[in-house]
Design a protein around this ligand. Sequence first.
Ligand code: XCC
Ligand code: SF4
Length: 630
Amino acid sequence: MALLNPELIRQKAEERTIDNSAKEMLMHTLREGIETVWDRSEMQKPACRFCSDGLSCSRCAMGPCRIISEHHRERGVCGADADLVVSRNLLDTIATGAASHSDHGRDIVETLYKTGKGEAPGYLISDEAKLKRIAEELGIETSQKSNDEIAVSLGYFLLDEFGMIKNSLGFCSRAPEQTREIWEKAGITPRSVDREVVEAMHRVHMGVGANYANILIHGLRTSLSDGWGGSMMATECSDILFGTPAINKSMVNLGVIDEDYVNISLHGHNPMLSEMIVKAAGEQELIDLAKSYGAKGINLVGLCCTGNELLMRKGIPMAGNHFNQELIITTGALEAMVVDYQCIFPSLPRTASCYHTKIISTSDKSKMTGSYHFDFKPENAVETARAIVKTAVENYPNRIPEKVFIPGDPVELYSGFSVEAIKEALGGTFSPLIDVIASGDIFGAVGVVGCNNPKIKHDYGHVTLAKELIKNNILCVETGCAAIASGKAGLLTPDAAFLGGPKLKAVCKKLGMPPVLHMGSCVDCSRILVLLAELAKALNVGIDKLPVAGAAPEWYSQKAVSIGSYFVASGVYTVLGVMPKIAGSNNVVDLLTKDVESVVNAKFAVEPDPKLAAELIISHIENKRKELGI
Ligand code: XCC
Ligand code: SF4
């Protein structure tokens, strides 16, 4: 790698990303010979065709098996055919994603419960009104109770939904009646979070599920237990603990690193960690310590979804999305990267070994070889957060000034578009939004979500799709790494309205809103579900009737598969930019891209070219508008 000439280096960086600050850093890594996700992706090529098509199975000790029809290997040792191998692999993927979101949700619910019990010093109920509102919505008596008591009851109620005594999920009643009827008829109403995931694991065991359709239908049910269960709990309880996001302004891209400060990046997913680091980093004693080392103070920056949580609630600047995580280390000005779980490259300590940066892991679920580990728990959160920030500050003198290279200027963005914030901005009711959708001033709305994946040029899928959609007067609501991509590209400001079609532009101007709304982290895709439910109920239809769609142009994670599945199961047509590992079974492909429509009135499509994906979405929205008679 280090042998590339400057022109080749520039070309390679151009091929890999459209994020300008990332481009500069990428050229830097190519010059210095620092390995990144793109290099490893190249080294993995060519990918195994059987794995890519979902045709390999290593579930049991009679295998591993590969289905190779052209060589008459039609079945694994146990007798499983292509349909079964592919569908089982997919259910495994959905269950992994649902489990990840939901286990994050459980950590938050547990923190809320312990906060009420007085066992989590340092945590507070930040949104008391929401605590009451959610408790009452779930039928919990609040009138005679203190906030702490309500937190305990609500926490207990939700923890109970992970198990199976109740066999129902409270937040499912938020879905419109018509949507719930579809679930009932299809037999996919989720019964509890853990039950669906455990049952999925049971069904993929050798000799259990042997009918691909039956397996995939359970995949939909499992994903619903994530979207309307674990993820929704994560969102709602995070709002209660840390505040419901309100519209705010901040900055994004690798340029948010400030050479004069102790820089700490917060990477991962759960705000129960990152919010505590924010508190600690605001303590005068630690700021003074940073100053005593010659820094001007402490600069916190976000990455990925925990970054989104902080951006949404606190306006903490955002360094970037998934594929910015290695590049931020190569600025040479990052004292510590604090991580919890999910989407954290296991090789980060290796990247950091070329610099002074300390990778600090905090979750006993997610220990990393080569990281500094702090055992972070609700009970010890305050002291542990302080110790982590102190470690970062004390690392400042180890910075090697000759290695510091910080690219360009950050871009301005607006975030904080929770459902509550949107409603408030509309004057306390969704009717203005419904009116502009009905009049066609907003042609439709699309949830653009998900990750980065080296199979798609970094951020190109997200940004191109969003631009095409707004050009056609379609409002984008985004979460996760997609939202960060739009932020870096300048789409999250009211000024970006000039890129929108004339009608959307006028609406954005009138309301002073961006054409692309940042609604939060990946668990906050549940905010999109709530918004859809509100719109559908106002129109007295199921979600499947709305002129809306979902898209995951650059998805990579199992969580994204779960999100895509609960979008579809909730009635939302969803276009993926990366082909899932299902091509080995025509039956599975047909079921997901055609036949599932007869069950939930929505389906998947796969289209790697974001411009063509936009065409698919526009024509879908056109059809939905016709059906609705608007
Ligand atoms: Fe991870 Fe949530 Fe994907 Fe980004 S979008 S790469 S899942 S951080 Ni959530
Ligand atoms: Fe092979 Fe069947 Fe075992 Fe899978 S479950 S490894 S297909 S024998």
